[in-house]
Ligand binder design. Structure first.
Ligand code: PEP
Ligand code: MG
Length: 588
């Protein structure tokens, strides 16, 4: 890492998405279009670099023309036309001129100059409202990546992440990118896109690394391997930090480490309020690799196992046998605690269960969650059978996502019954009393919670979706992040309504959305009567400490007042006042 203070410090402000501090050089990646190595060149080398650029373009064109004629033979003119468009991108005079200028004015190697210009170009494309044109960024990335490969002699070397600890900077990261990144070297990530509740952010929290999203323009501006600090508490990426800034962050990081270790000392302690109301703090997991983290956290079970992440390594859901192995392992490792396995919730901003022929104009309102499972009974059946089989190896419950009405509950339960009958006949062991729960994350389900409650054993409120659907603000769109307010009076009323309906019907309610792990809101959620909080493994000790510090009676009185409040900020302030009073040292 170069010495601090040589270049002026630059601070980018974004949205804090996962707490923590990382101090390391940055490494810029783009999906399908990875940053090449950057180095300075002398003035005498400028024309040589411009020649290298020309040669890489020529080589790419030759390859594309060859591909085009091969494809014409195989698939006809229509399909092959795509390569014609790709060749046109390479012939775009404005791109070529800008790369030539960038090489000369910045005195940087040709591949990096090309990369920076293309990033700018892609950035502009991504902002185009027309979805068709926006989609074309994928083509451009593809061609650009091909050109980059043609700069090297073997023509096919894919740049890898550096072999040192770094902060990953990207335009966007798909959940699969985040899950498969080299965790050993990646200390944090910073993206232009995304929001606190995108799955990328959720995974970062699960991995315990800081993340900042919504950092506009960062991918283009950042110079590879520049020294940096990522502040996941306040949402900053600081490039070229001064010696003072570095010092400040190092001591902040030490203080946070001390708080963490004092919390860890309480791991596993009972989570009851000072006046004796018990709550369960369980963990959310996406992938089985998180299990050691969950066990270390002291979580009393898994309140949400997001099985759609099984799709990470392939397009299809693994078969019944493989799913049974995975679920059984989670169930037996978590003994004696319960594991709530949520059936596939593909779609939305998550992994698709199968590529749709037409892109969904409104993916969050489209084909996702239980809708996909009910439309694919063979796949649904395999998953339910696997969950039932796993219930012989530990305490398991099943939960259905995106329920919007009674008939989806009936049809889902019918599948459970059918699978139970089958396994019974086959002589396979399973828990005949397997608890069946539903996610309350569609406003219709919250409003009709009294209709749904008699049908199930528990409710788990998915606030990530419940908020976005209630206030009509996409959970991954930074432009509407301001509207996405967990303490919006409408959201609080829906939560209360859900809990009341559950209580009236003798079932329990948990919360497994990100709101459950936000300790500013623990007083409010306890006061509203929630009985379980399922949070990222990293948040378990903090939430546990918050519960042990609070009085239920005080929280209930505060939340009664909150329910009469008209403003999100006022409700947040009410909850914060109790949080500050009882565990101010934990608030960031
Ligand atoms: C939620 O919506 O709050 C939830 C927990 O589900 P997911 O984040 O997986 O959509
Ligand atoms: Mg959800």
């Amino acid at each position: 890492m170069p010495k601090a203070g040589i270049q002026p410090e630059v601070i980018y402000e974004g949205i804090p998405a996962s707490p923590g501090i990382a101090i390391a050089p940055v490494h810029v990646v783009a999906r399908g279009f990875t940053a090449p190595e950057i180095y300075e060149i002398t003035e005498a080398e400028v024309s040589r670099e411009q020649e290298r650029f020309k040669a890489a373009l020529e080589a790419t064109k030759r390859q594309l023309i060859e591909l085009q004629s091969r494809l014409e033979d195989l698939a006809g003119d229509n399909e092959a036309g795509i390569f014609e468009a790709h060749v046109m991108i390479l012939e775009d005079r404005s791109v070529v001129d800008r790369v030539h200028n960038a090489i000369a004015s910045r005195q940087q190697n040709a591949e990096y100059a090309f990369y920076a210009v293309m990033q700018n170009f892609l950035e502009a494309m991504r902002r185009i409202p027309d979805p068709y044109l926006r989609e074309r960024t994928v083509d451009i990335e593809d061609v650009a990546q091909r050109v980059l490969r043609n700069f090297s002699d073997d023509g096919d070397s894919r740049p890898q992440g550096p072999d040192v600890s770094h902060i990953l900077v990207a335009y966007d990261l798909a959940p699969s990118d985040t899950a498969s990144m080299n965790r050993k070297h990646v200390l944090g990530f910073a993206t232009e896109q995304g929001s606190v509740n995108s799955h990328t952010a959720i995974l970062a929290r699960a991995f315990g690394i800081p993340a900042v999203v919504g950092l506009e323009g960062v991918v283009i501006d950042v110079i590879a391997l520049a020294p940096a600090i990522l502040d996941g508490y306040t949402g900053k990426l600081i490039l070229h930090p001064t010696a003072e800034t570095l010092e400040r962050y190092k001591s902040l990081s030490d203080i946070k480490a001390k708080v963490r270790s004092s919390l860890e000392a309480m791991r596993g302690a009972a989570t009851a309020t000072v006046d004796g109301r018990e709550l369960t703090v369980s963990a959310n997991i996406e992938i089985i690799e998180e299990l050691p983290l969950v066990k270390r956290s002291g979580a009393k079970g898994i309140g949400l196992y997001r099985t759609e992440f099984l799709l990470l390594n392939g397009e299809e859901m693994p078969d019944e046998k493989r799913q049974t192995e995975v679920y059984s392992r989670v169930a037996s490792e978590m003994q004696p605690h319960t594991v709530i396995i949520r059936t596939l919730d593909a779609g939305g901003d998550k992994l698709p269960v199968e590529p749709l022929t037409d892109p969904e104009p409104n993916p969050f309102l489209g084909w996702r969650g239980i809708r996909v499972s009910l439309a694919r009974p063979a796949m649904f059946r395999e998953q339910i059978r696997a969950i039932l089989r796993a219930s012989a190896f530990g305490k398991v419950a099943v939960m259905f996502p995106m329920i919007s009405g009674l008939s989806e509950v009936w049809r889902s339960k019918e599948m459970v019954r059918r699978c139970m009958d089958e396994l019974d006949k086959e002589g396979v062991a399973f828990d005949e009393h397997l608890p069946v729960g539903i996610m309350i994350e569609v406003p219709a389900a919250a409003i009709c919670a009294d209709i749904l409650a008699p049908e199930v054993d528990f409710f788990s409120i998915g606030t990530n979706d419940l908020i976005q659907y209630t206030v009509a603000a996409d959970r991954v769109n930074p432009h509407v992040a301001e509207l996405y307010r967990p303490t919006h009076p409408a959201v609080i009323r829906l939560i209360k309504r859900t809990i009341d309906a559950a209580t009236d019907n003798g079932i329990w309610t948990g919360i497994c959305g990100e709101m459950a792990g936000d300790i500013r809101l623990t007083p409010l959620l306890i006061g509203l009567g929630v009985e379980e909080l399922s949070v990222g493994p990293q948040q378990v000790p903090r939430v546990g400490h918050a519960i042990r510090s609070l009085s239920y009676a005080e929280c209930a009185a505060m939340s009664d007042e909150a329910l009469r409040h008209t403003r999100s900020q006022g409700i947040l302030d009410l909850s914060m006042s109790l949080a500050r009073k009882h565990y101010g040292n934990l608030l960031d």
